[in-house]
Design a protein around this ligand. Structure first.
Ligand code: FRU
Length: 512
């Protein structure tokens, strides 16, 4: 984070006051959606740099996605909020940039809410305003060696999210002198009829409350001695899920670095929240995604009982240097979160949202194949292509691997290592890997169940795989960059397993 900001502070003076025309994106030439490595079913900006999802909000049948965006370059720089809308979280429409940097600084990550009761007074003529709450990062203050350069600000929309007006009395929370003080996630706490802000502050969380979104009181702190602390805490989220008729509070905390497979990652805590303090159930670190490439993940607000999650599909270790030319980074597939019990413990399970069904084609199913030798399963699939979903199951708790490869001999291997009792994804020989030292690696994730059957599901795009195993308790997201698209799939098992089922489901491009 520090590296990132220092590296780009030279852009400050030139860019902070520059206004970009709303349709900058329209000026892009050519068919940008078919460039090498361009995801076909994951959200990407039309061009230039993107990082965290921000301000995700459901309102009047529309899912809004804002995101950290730098419209002048394919590397991180003065942050804006890009904007896209969707009716199903799968097909997206690019919208004009929602928020530009100003004299208070760049527009860093944050959230947005529907102010149903117009507590802020921003609403007009009985219409509820949408309110965005975000960090303003002042690069001048940072360059001068100050520590109070991150403050919390507001903007509101009275035209259902089309245009945004910055609040005249920004910032609404002033920095008390702590360098990392950012990424406010706000929710309505019905019991206390007040707003709760969850803020990432260096190595912990601070909770604030407000009756009107403008005046905030600090309620408590959490986490200094709990959870993973290999890096700075960023992008938190606080919400509830139901389990067995009871309400469970979930606190998501993103962390960079210090993830289970190096670099950035998303951890979470289960517990209770009384409007003031968060009380965790247990202290063991839990990861929402074990792969290296899901970060800054948070959930949509205003979606009723459904809890819908989206992450940025990259890692700060190499996000600025991945080998894509006109744009950088994609979001994950939107995921629905639920609680399930495994080994007497409550855990979060993730699954791709059901709306993905609208881009699925008819499954090709191959059943009951002995894996006593390596099987080139793609021979049974006419016109194999990515993106697709692969569902795979074998009898017994057995070693297996699924390899995607191309004619250059580049390959990506996904499997289960029985001796270690862990899932793995190996991208060591996946194609372009030498842009950063940590990229070429084999990554592992634990197995949570001990069923006598193994079931996995994968969403595979042109340059990413998301593995959902153990009913979604183990999730791994990885990106990769083959020099030619993968064209073959093979499966094998050192344990001579019986493959019960291999389902290949082609996915349609979301932009067509
Ligand atoms: C997380 C993060 C946030 C910050 C934003 C800046 O990836 O570092 O903490 O608000 O990115 O772009």
């Amino acid at each position: 984070m520090v590296f990132k900001m220092n590296q780009f502070k030279c852009f400050l003076i030139a860019s902070v006051f520059v206004l970009h025309s709303a349709d900058t994106n329209a000026q892009v030439k050519g068919n940008i959606y078919n460039e090498p490595h361009r995801p076909q079913v994951h959200f990407t900006p039309k061009e230039k740099w993107m990082n965290d999802p921000n301000g995700m909000l459901y309102h009047k049948g529309i899912y809004h996605l804002f995101y950290q965006y730098y419209p002048d370059s394919t590397v991180w720089g003065p942050m804006h909020w890009g904007h896209a809308t969707s009716t199903d979280m799968i097909h997206w429409k690019h919208q004009p940039i929602a928020l530009y940097p100003d004299s208070l600084g760049y527009i860093f990550s944050g959230s947005a809410v529907v102010d149903v009761h117009n507590t802020s007074g921003f609403g007009k003529n009985g219409k509820a305003p949408l309110v965005a709450i975000f960090t303003q990062h002042d690069p001048k203050g940072e360059a001068q060696g100050k520590s109070d350069y991150q403050n919390q600000s507001l903007a509101y929309s009275i035209d259902d999210g089309k245009t945004w007006i910055k609040y005249a009395n920004n910032p609404v929370i002033k920095n008390p002198g702590i360098k990392d003080f950012r990424d406010p996630k706000v929710m309505w706490f019905e019991k206390g009829k007040k707003w709760i802000m969850t803020l990432a502050v260096s190595n912990r969380i601070m909770f604030y409350s407000s009756k009107n979104l403008k005046d905030w009181i600090k309620e408590s702190e959490f986490g200094e001695n709990v959870g993973a602390h290999g890096g700075v805490w960023e992008c938190p989220d606080l919400f509830t899920l139901e389990y067995g008729g009871k309400t469970v509070w979930i606190l998501i905390v993103n962390l960079n670095p210090g993830g289970p497979n190096k670099g950035s990652a998303t951890q979470y805590f289960l517990g209770d929240f009384d409007g003031k303090s968060f009380l965790p159930q247990g202290t063991e670190t839990k990861w929402l995604d074990y792969g290296p490439d899901e970060y800054a993940g948070v959930t949509w607000s205003n979606t009723g009982k459904r809890r819908l999650f989206l992450g940025w599909m990259s890692n700060w270790l190499y996000a600025n240097v991945v080998p894509t030319e006109t744009w950088r980074s994609a979001m994950t597939i939107p995921r629905e979160l639920n609680i399930i019990k495994a080994n007497n413990e409550l855990l979060i399970a993730s699954a791709p949202v059901k709306e993905i069904a609208s881009i699925r084609s008819k499954p090709i199913v191959i059943s009951n194949v002995s894996l006593s030798k390596k099987i080139e399963i793609s021979k049974s699939i006419k016109n194999l292509s990515f993106p697709c979903i692969i569902n795979f199951s074998i009898d017994g708790s057995k070693d297996f691997s699924i390899t995607l490869s191309n004619e250059l001999g580049e390959e990506l291997e996904i499997g289960f290592d029985k001796i270690q009792n862990k899932y793995f994804i190996d991208r060591t020989r996946s194609g372009k890997t030498n842009f950063q030292a940590d990229f070429a690696a084999r990554h592992f994730a634990p197995r949570f169940t001990s069923n006598d059957k193994m079931d996995i599901s994968m969403v595979i795009d042109v340059s990413s795989v998301e593995l959902f195993a153990d009913g979604g308790l183990t999730v791994m997201t990885e990106i990769f960059f083959p020099n030619k698209p993968y064209s073959k799939i093979s499966v094998q098992s050192a344990d001579n397993a019986l493959m019960k089922n291999f389902e290949y489901i082609r996915l349609n491009n979301i932009w067509k």
